[in-house]
Ligand binder design. Sequence first.
Ligand code: FE
Ligand code: FE
Length: 284
Amino acid sequence: MSTLQQQQPMPHLEDWDDFIAGRYREGKAQEEFRVYDAKANPGVAEFYRQNHQHQTLEYVRAKEAEYYPLSRGKKSIWEAAEFLNTLVDDSDPDTDLSQIEHLMQTSEAIRKDGHPRWFVLTGFVHDLGKVLCLYGEPQWGVVGDTFPAGCAYSDQIVFPEYFAANPDSKVPEYQTKFGIYEPNCGLDNVHMSWGHDAYVSKVAEKYLPEPAIYMLRYHSFYAAHRHGAYRHLMSAHDEQMFRWVREFNPYDLYSKGQSKPNVKELRPYYEDLIAEFFPAQLDW
Ligand code: FE
Ligand code: FE
């Protein structure tokens, strides 16, 4: 395996999304779920090995310090979406979706269900944090299920066995149930593994309502929103807000089978929607 393949084990960033969609396919039996994990494509397994090994508390703190000041320059939402689209890739254009198409498929499914405009917009921006890849961040620092760093790892996280190679697993202070945190301290005080969720939620924080920020920030926190793990760190307010995170998740996972959105035709609607909530240019 070349060094590059070791760094970027998945041919496409979407391989992770597809893996998750398969893992949580609607109506799937528990046994099937396990089989799916064991037979997971080796690229995805290697991706998780790297993710679980390298996402230490120290790494997370360093990335928060690097990106939370939003000092990567100004861009409009649409420019960010077009920038993200450059991430593609040698995939077959007839069968695979571009990044903008995934965003629009998600937001169009939300719109069809009659949800409020801010919710539709949240669907459209939810993966813009993946531009981290274009800044040179490795796949394991952009996508993957997120989890709290600095406390015991839940066995509800995919491939928990890979955490053995994380240096934090040798730090006793980080391996108690609460680790460095207080009981029910609230997720705002928790250092989540670094990735596209944390980044896009920081970018959007000043402009979208709080339920939207929860959807953005925790949409990959499957251990919590799908499996109910880490409730001992959540505040009562987090519990209430996770209703929205759970409401959002099916649109992200299950809108892919639907017809390809016509980006050109839909663009004016989205330009209006974006202008309603975001300034023309914002900090990234
Ligand atoms: Fe995502
Ligand atoms: Fe997504």
